[in-house]
Design a binder for this molecule. Sequence first.
Ligand code: THU
Length: 130
Amino acid sequence: MTDRKLLEMAAGAAGNAYAPYSRFSVGAALECEDGAVFTGCNVESCALGCTLCAESVVVGNAVSAGHTDFIRLAVFTDRSNYCFPCGQCLQLLTEFAPELEVLIGRGDGRYVSYKLRELLPNPFSAGQME
Ligand code: THU
């Protein structure tokens, strides 16, 4: 799968976003080692703290289908700025795929690519509790 195709899938997922409060639609597409791809979008609540980010939703979709072998994530917003995943989502992604590649696409079709480790270089890890 090309970067562009994965970003297109993220853009498609953004179309399903439930974001009546922020009016900021986010889509995510997560590719697994075996080629399976899952999508997710942000889901808001009038109790704003209940809001789910697109990245957390896509992780839940993949894990609940039995997939944890993530290799590449695309995040898309139809805006002029890139939408970098929030800290909480970066930590959740690190749980399963510290080597993940993260593509971030914006409305004009441009995208940037990072390693998850670049975005969260010092994640909390279970080893720190020893
Ligand atoms: N949001 C995401 O879905 N992913 C991010 O990486 C950042 C923020 C959502 C949450 C909320 O619905 C809206 O964007 C504004 O914060």
